[in-house]
Design a protein around this ligand. Structure first.
Ligand SMILES: O=c1ccn([C@@H]2O[C@H](COP(=O)(O)O)[C@@H](O)[C@H]2O)c(=O)[nH]1
Length: 274
């Protein structure tokens, strides 16, 4: 999906909601456990319930890898089920020396080589340019680089001062020389909204993937006020608050209600920028 297609989806659906498919087999509604593939059955119901309100879906790969080969199969079926006009994110946080990154990129981008057909993958910047380039070699695919993450430990390295800037600022400035906003997004935690003004000065045109509303307590209002741009420019992720709103037979209805509430607030924020 291109930059302008993603932007169009946001204004069409009046939403920049990304539903995180962090499907934990231990948290599934008990009545699904007799299904042949409970994880896929759950994801399918969540996608059906939230599709009117979401522009993106983000399976976190850890939840599938933890299930072994079965999990990989559930992931493939889930990706195939997501409508093609939705943006897809493999939240895998990969990155390694070049030849290894090359295989990670094939894994998430190249179905002709037994990989998956995601639009994007999250990548850790720590190993530098040659660890990121193999992902960027796939034209039409996106790298979503970790910049300032939502967790407490983000202070350990990302907030350290190097010269006259913090490490996450250096990551953004340097990575912008590797690719344009049509291929490069940054992860910024919703819990870090105070830094969004500075981040928008450094990256005015890049989409930001913002996890951390819902269970982690980030403010959608603050993120939207400081992060929205004329093209949208944001994908705000919520996982657990949607997926596990209920563990009863009403789980999909409750997930829909959570997604709808976020979308309605997003529509309100979008009205302030146009
Ligand atoms: O800084 C980051 C980067 C990634 N994540 C991921 O986003 C979701 C958040 O889940 P919630 O249940 O909505 O808290 C999850 O997959 C994380 O691994 C993040 O939270 N922060």
């Amino acid at each position: 999906m291109t930059y302008s297609e993603l932007s169009e989806q946001i204004f069409q659906k009046q939403s920049y909601l990304c539903v995180g498919l962090d499907t934990d087999s231990r948290k599934l509604p008990p009545h699904l456990l007799t299904e042949a593939d409970p994880v896929f059955t759950f994801n399918k119901a969540i996608i059906d319930a939230t599709i009117d309100f979401a522009v993106a879906y983000k399976p976190n790969i850890a939840f599938y890898e933890a299930q072994g080969p079965r999990g990989w199969e559930s992931l493939q079926k889930t990706l195939d089920y997501i409508p093609k006009d939705c943006f897809t994110i493999a939240d895998a946080k990969r990155g390694d020396i070049g030849n290894t990154s090359d295989l990670y990129a094939r894994t998430f981008f190249d179905p002709t080589a037994a990989g998956l057909a995601f639009d994007s993958v999250t990548v850790a910047p720590y190993m530098g340019h040659d660890s990121v380039m193999p992902f960027l070699a796939y034209k039409g695919k996106w790298v979503i680089l970790l910049a300032l993450t939502s967790n407490v430990g983000s202070a350990d390295f990302q907030r350290q001062i190097i010269g006259d800037q913090e490490l996450f600022e250096m990551v953004i400035e340097t990575a912008k020389t590797w690719a344009g906003p049509d291929q490069l997004m940054f992860v910024v935690g919703a819990t870090q909204a105070n830094e969004l003004k500075r981040i928008r000065e450094l990256a005015p045109d890049n989409f930001l993937l913002v996890p951390g509303v819902g269970t982690q307590g980030g403010s959608l209002a603050d993120v939207s006020r400081l992060g929205l741009t004329k093209t949208g420019g944001l994908l705000v992720n919520a996982s657990r608050s949607i997926l596990y709103a209920s563990d009863g037979t009403d789980f999909a209805d409750r997930a829909r209600a959570e997604a709808k509430a976020l979308q309605l607030e997003m529509a309100h924020h979008l009205a302030t920028i146009s």
